[in-house]
Ligand binder design. Structure first.
Ligand SMILES: Cc1cc2nc3c(=O)[nH]c(=O)nc-3n(C[C@H](O)[C@H](O)[C@H](O)COP(=O)(O)OP(=O)(O)OC[C@H]3O[C@@H](n4cnc5c(N)ncnc54)[C@H](O)[C@@H]3O)c2cc1C
Length: 390
C-alpha cells in the first residue's frame, strides 16, 4: 500500500525501532497513544500494565460526542458468522471488561430475528459451542409467548444468544482512562497533527474515524449513523431486561434495538451504512426521515410502542474498513508507528482484546492476526465494498 513517507514522519522525536522489537531486559519503550476512544484507551491501559511509560492523548476527551465510542451503549454478542477469531476475541473481551468494572455490562441476551436466511447464526454455532456461548432456537409460537411485546409477523426463525447484552460506551472510555491514570499513566488534551513532535519511542494511532485523515492511504470511510431513543410506557418493565432483550431484525435493512437501560429509553438504530461523514464538522442534527423510519419499525414490530414519544437521538459515525474487518498493524514504513482502527460498526465490544493484542505486539513482538493486517487492503479504496460485520 502506498503509505506516504511524509505522513507522520515528524510525529516521533526519537529514532525508529525495529519491527517486533523485544524489550526483555531492556528499558520498556515510552509510548504515546493518540486517541482515547475504546481502542486507544484499552491499548494505553494494557501498555501501562506492562510497565511502559505511556501518554494517552485526545483532542476532545475519552468517549467524546464526536468519537465513534461516544454513544450511550453498545451491544456485545459472540455470534459472528463463521469468523472464529471474533468469537475468541469476544470471549477474552468479556473477561477483561469484567475484571475492569462489571457494572459496565448488562446481560440482556440478544434475540436474532430472520425474515429470510439465518445462515449467519447457523455458521457460528460450532464456534459458539467451543467458546461456551449458549444459543437457543425458538419455535415462533414459543417466542411469541415469551416476548408478547413483539409482533413476529414475517419472521421465519428466531434465536436467543443468552450470554450477550449491553456495554456502557462513553462512560466506559472514562473508566478505562481513570484506571490508566491510577496506574501512573499520563493523559493530555491535544490535537495531534502531522508536524506534531511526540516525545516517545513508539506511537499508536487509534484515531477511529479520523484515521483516514491522518493517513490518507489507510482506507477508512466514516459513515453517518443515526440512533433514536423512544419513551416506554410508564410503570412497567416490559421493555427492560430481563423481560426484554437486545434484538436484531434481519430484513431488507438490518435494524436493531436495545432495551430501556439506564432509564434512557428504547434505543433503535438502522445498521445500513449512511452517507460519508466528517467526524469533526459533520452536521449531527437527526433527520426526520430517520426518525420516521425508526417509528415505522416500532409500530410494525412493537405495536404498544407505536405512538411512543421520541426522547433523544444521537448522530454517530461508523469507521468502516473496506472489508469490515479491524485494522491492527504496524505501519509498513514507519516501524515505530502502530495503527488500531476499522471498528466498522462492531469494534467497541472487542476493544479490551484489541488493546491487549497491540500491547503484546509492541512489548514482546507477538504476531498480530493476519485478517487485521494493513497489506490485505493494498488494492482497496475506502468505500469500494462493505461486508457487514456489525
Ligand atoms: C451508532 C453506532 C453503533 C455501534 N454499535 C456497536 C455495537 O453495538 N457493538 C460494538 O461492538 N460496536 C459498535 N459500534 C462500533 C464501535 O463503537 C466503534 O468501532 C468503536 O467505538 C471505535 O473506537 P475507536 O477508539 O477506534 O474510535 P473513537 O472512539 O472514535 O476514538 C478515536 C479518538 O481519537 C481522537 N482523535 C482523533 N484524531 C485525533 C488527533 N489528531 N489528535 C488527538 N486525538 C484525536 C478522537 O477525539 C477520539 O476520541 C457502533 C458505532 C456506532 C457509531
Amino acid at each position: 500500500m502506498p503509505i506516504s513517507r511524509r505522513t507522520f514522519l515528524g510525529a516521533v522525536a526519537t529514532a525508529p525501532f525495529a519491527a517486533g522489537a523485544i524489550w526483555r531486559g531492556a528499558k520498556a519503550p515510552r509510548v504515546a497513544v493518540v486517541g482515547a476512544g475504546a481502542f486507544g484507551g484499552w491499548t494505553a491501559l494494557h501498555l501501562r500494565r506492562r510497565g511502559c511509560p505511556v501518554t494517552l492523548i485526545d483532542a476532545w476527551g475519552p468517549g467524546n460526542t464526536r468519537s465513534s465510542s461516544g454513544g450511550e451503549t453498545r451491544v456485545i454478542r459472540a455470534i459472528y458468522g463463521a469468523d472464529r477469531i471474533y468469537v475468541a476475541m469476544v470471549k477474552r473481551a468479556y473477561e477483561l471488561w469484567e475484571q475492569l468494572d462489571s457494572s459496565l455490562y448488562t446481560e440482556t441476551g440478544v434475540l436474532w430475528l430472520h425474515r429470510g436466511d439465518d445462515a449467519y447464526v447457523r455458521s457460528s454455532l460450532a464456534h459458539l459451542k467451543d467458546f461456551g456461548f449458549p444459543v437457543d432456537q425458538f419455535a415462533l409460537d414459543d417466542a411469541a409467548k415469551r416476548y408478547p411485546q413483539i409482533d413476529f409477523s414475517g419472521i421465519k426463525s428466531a434465536w436467543l444468544e443468552r450470554r450477550a447484552g449491553v456495554l456502557s460506551a462513553r462512560h466506559a472510555c472514562g473508566v478505562v482512562r481513570d484506571a490508566f491514570l491510577k496506574l501512573g499513566g499520563t493523559y493530555r488534551t491535544q490535537l495531534v497533527q502531522p508536524d506534531t513532535k511526540l516525545d516517545a519511542d513508539v506511537v499508536v494511532f487509534a484515531c477511529g474515524p479520523w484515521l483516514g485523515k491522518l493517513f490518507p492511504e489507510i482506507p477508512i470511510r466514516p459513515t453517518r449513523q443515526e440512533v433514536f431513543y423512544f419513551g416506554t410506557p410508564g410503570g412497567t418493565e416490559s421493555f427492560v431486561p430481563p423481560r426484554f432483550p437486545v434484538w436484531i431484525d434481519f430484513g431488507e435493512r438490518i435494524v436493531y434495538g436495545i432495551p430501556d437501560i439506564h432509564s434512557r429509553g428504547f434505543k433503535i438504530a438502522d445498521d445500513t451504512r449512511g452517507e460519508t461523514f466528517d467526524p469533526t464538522s459533520g452536521d449531527r442534527t437527526p433527520s426526520a426521515d430517520g426518525a420516521a423510519r425508526a417509528r415505522r419499525v416500532l409500530s410494525e414490530r412493537f405495536p404498544s410502542m407505536a405512538n411512543a414519544p421520541l426522547l433523544a437521538a444521537e448522530v454517530c459515525q461508523y469507521e468502516n474498513s473496506p472489508d469490515g474487518n479491524l485494522i491492527i498493524d504496524q505501519h509498513p514504513q514507519l516501524k515505530n508507528t502502530w495503527i488500531a482502527g476499522g471498528g466498522s460498526g462492531h469494534g467497541f465490544k472487542l476493544s479490551p482484546a484489541i488493546g491487549e493484542m497491540l500491547a503484546d505486539a509492541i512489548t514482546i513482538g507477538r504476531d498480530l492476526p493476519k485478517p487485521f493486517a494493513l497489506d490485505r487492503l493494498k488494492d482497496a479504496k475506502s468505500g469500494t465494498q462493505f461486508e457487514r460485520k456489525s
